[in-house]
Design a protein around this ligand. Structure first.
Ligand SMILES: O=C(O)c1cc(C(=O)O)c2c(n1)C(=O)C(=O)c1cc(C(=O)O)[nH]c1-2
Ligand SMILES: [Ca+2]
Length: 708
């Protein structure tokens, strides 16, 4: 039905003309503009109160679900944690086929933030998705049979022998080229994206986002701009030359058929510490930038840097959205962007010219943006790597907005941002930069990693945790209204022609709000925290709204028990779909108390627990929770049977008895004594918190309420 012209290809034309077949959801953000707006309006403000569960499909993983399902001709393609793909009858929820790329379990700790997957791309009868161990896979959309599979990480992209690249973002397809990036900047990585021929899987071009450490050609599309423009913005001998510099493109990359450009959202510095990374010198291009490339060649066209001198994990990878916006009486085609750093940017999509920017959340690191250049006006205290002093930053490393997608409604003219406030205490690593193999390497003090220690400071930190929807008016660069949630880390947002917003929340509720004023019109108990964005589609002419359910991602992993302020849930993973006449009833009741406290051994060796704490925070906390308190996803080690005996614990932590479940072996990182120190520390923490956790589960809801 779609003519192939101007090299877009049949599928490209179908995506460009998405509104001619609004029942589909063919690409990550539904359209190339990634507005996440669907014109469907069978479900609208007057009837959404009657929305019912139409079907649910249980998933075979119990970690975070961040995927945007695609829907093409009544078939849903949903990717899940552990990089698995499910094809589902979108009307009934029946599983048509599934594909498991068998990502090795010991790869989980090679990425910072849960073995998530954000979605697939569809092109010409095939579906494409990345795997956590770095592959890009093309499957036949009808049968689920493998068409091709490539390793997107070339051997020379590995730094030393430390493989720190993981893939969890959704690929995008521009004119027959599948483009994919990766993550790894918390460990040591040099960011790049690669374009593969959609039919054959052959590499077409590659673009590195930060310079070659020796300023040598990589024989990549990025060579000339890196050598002529970017290298000069780095110190020649900083730790970046060993750690890679960062700049991973782990989430947003977009093709815009209007400008015929590909936009990359570029990530944070590696290591985070700017003093160590680049000796406190230079802006460090292209960290914290949007970079525009030509789709055919990967040739550089323009860039706009949002966070020069990044030292806060302020990635610019957050969703890149294009729209046509009246500005001073003239309609301009712009990029709107709400990156982690807390400012809402409007940038000319063709030239990268900064038009305007305003903070969409409270920020304390900059007092504003230079109105001409868009460069942040820094609070000098925020440059903690230069002052050498601690910095309590807002937004912190998780940003005013993270991967949870925002949406735009052309009917209201508002952008709806899943906003949050999660402060971070930035403390420099003492004595210069020291890398720990196979671990987070930030150049920060790992005893702290963001969360204050003293009970008073911790209580203040918990008070500062917030989550809400900002309805942002881009023409006025001002908030129109907001909807407050219990806490941070809620799901992405969908806007529809029925004047509705849909969003799943960290507390496991799925909501519909009035897009004009935020009135709460519908909610449903979905049984586990939701961090994924909903989609809507037609199947047999009927409108459905669907979302992946499953608590996880970095927030509950790292904050651990503190993440429970958003509402305590346990991971149960599903895809769920609603319709006006759904008959699937409420979700079946499952364990909602998580890992139950088990009376710990009484004795521990207090002389070992300080080092145990340091080892735990360095190697374990990013998954098992700050200060050894879990948050309902991965095992809460305080109650683990393995802490009861030295050998049992060593078999798991040192020898890898549970690698198949995602628990790597750490005998290459720590000696048996250090691992035993961790065990002693865990027994201490179990004793300190046992009664509190038992009591918490006696309250009316049967779940913990009191924190920390
Ligand atoms: O710097 C990186 O390479 C990188 C990668 C990823 C990732 O791949 O998921 C995240 C981040 N950074 C990051 O800063 C972040 O806040 C984050 C959250 C999540 C998530 O899925 O919960 N991933 C990532
Ligand atoms: Ca990062």
């Amino acid at each position: 039905a779609f003519s192939a012209d101007e090299g877009q290809g049949q599928t490209g034309e179908a995506i460009i003309h998405a509104d001619d077949h609004p029942g589909d959801w063919m690409t990550y953000g539904r359209t190339y503009s990634e507005q996440r707006y669907s014109p469907l309006d069978q479900i609208n403000r007057s009837n959404v109160g009657n929305l019912k569960l139409a079907w649910y499909l249980d998933l075979d993983t119990n970690r975070g679900q961040e995927g945007t399902p695609l829907v093409v001709d009544g078939v849903m393609y949903a990717t899940t944690n552990w990089s698995m793909m499910k094809a589902i009858d979108a009307a009934t929820g029946k599983l048509l086929w599934s594909y498991d790329p068998r990502v090795p379990g010991n790869i989980a700790d090679k990425g910072c933030c849960d073995t998530v997957n954000r979605g697939a791309a569809y092109w010409n009868g095939k579906v494409y998705f990345g795997t956590f161990d770095g592959r890009l896979i093309a499957l036949d959309a009808k049968t689920g049979k493998l068409v091709w599979s490539v390793n997107t990480i070339p051997p020379d992209a590995e730094l030393g022998k430390q493989r720190s690249y993981t893939v969890d973002g959704a690929p995008r397809i521009a004119k027959g080229r599948v483009i994919i990036g990766n993550g790894g900047s918390e460990f040591g990585a040099r960011g790049f994206v690669t374009a593969f021929d959609a039919e054959t899987g052959k590499v077409d071009w590659r673009f590195f986002t930060v310079p070659n450490p020796k300023n040598e050609p990589d024989h990549a599309a990025s060579d000339s701009v890196l050598m002529n423009k970017a290298y000069q913005t780095w110190s020649p001998t900083g730790a970046w030359t060993r750690q890679g510099g960062g700049g991973t493109v782990w989430d947003s990359l977009v093709y815009d058929p209007v400008t015929d450009l590909v936009y990359l959202g570029v990530g944070n510095g590696s290591p985070w510490n700017y003093k160590y990374r680049s000796e406190g010198k230079g802006d460090n291009l292209f960290l914290g930038s949007i970079v525009a490339l030509k789709p055919e060649t990967g040739e550089y066209v323009w860039h706009f840097q949002e966070t020069p001198m990044d030292q806060w994990d302020f990635t610019s990878v957050q969703q890149i959205m294009t729209l046509d916006l009246p500005i001073n009486g003239e309609t301009r085609h712009v990029i709107v962007h709400a990156p982690k750093n807390g400012f809402f940017y409007i940038i000319d999509a063709k030239t990268g010219e900064f038009i305007s920017g305003k903070n969409y959340v409270y920020v304390n690191w900059a007092s504003g943006l230079d109105p001409k250049t868009g460069r942040p006006i820094y609070n000098p205290d925020a440059l903690y790597t230069l002052t050498g002093k601690d910095w309590y930053g807002i937004p912190g490393d998780l940003g005013g907005h993270n991967f949870a997608a925002m949406a735009f409604s052309p009917k209201t003219g508002l952008v709806y941002i899943p906003a949050q406030q999660v402060p971070f205490l930035y403390t420099n690593q003492k004595g210069g930069f020291l890398a720990h193999p196979d671990s987070w390497n930030l150049g920060l003090d790992m005893n702290k990693v963001g969360i204050p220690d003293s009970p008073e400071a911790k209580a203040a930190f918990v008070k500062d945790l917030k989550g809400w929807i900002v309805a942002w008016d881009p023409q006025k660069q001002a908030e129109a209204w907001r909807v407050d949630h219990k806490g941070p880390w809620n799901g992405g947002i969908l806007a529809t022609g029925g004047d509705l917003l849909f969003q799943g929340l960290a507390n496991g509720e799925f909501h519909a709000y009035d897009a004009t004023n935020g009135t709460d019109l519908f909610h449903f108990a979905a049984d586990s925290g939701i961090i994924a964005p909903p989609v809507t589609y037609l199947a047999k002419g009927k409108q459905y709204v669907a979302v992946e359910v499953g608590w996880g991602g970095i927030y509950p992993f790292f904050l651990g028990g503190l993440a429970r302020t958003s509402g305590w849930t346990v991971n149960h993973s599903h895809v769920i779909a609603f319709s006006l006449d759904g008959k699937a009833g409420p979700m079946p009741k499952q364990n909602d108390q998580g890992f139950l406290p088990v009376k710990p051994p009484e004795k521990f060796d207090a002389s070992r627990t300080d080092n145990g704490y340091f080892q735990f925070q360095t190697y374990c906390a990013a998954c098992h929770g700050d200060n050894a308190e879990g948050a309902g996803v991965l095992p809460d080690l305080r109650w683990s049977g393995s802490i009861r005996h030295t050998d049992a614990f060593y078999n798991v932590v040192g020898r890898g008895a549970l690698t198949a479940y995602g628990m790597d072996r750490f005998d290459g990182n720590m000696n048996p004594n250090e691992i035993e120190d961790i065990r002693q520390y865990l027994i201490k923490r179990a004793n300190e918190t046992y009664q509190r956790e038992v009591d918490a589960r006696k309250n009316a809801a049967g779940i913990p309420e009191q924190l920390p």
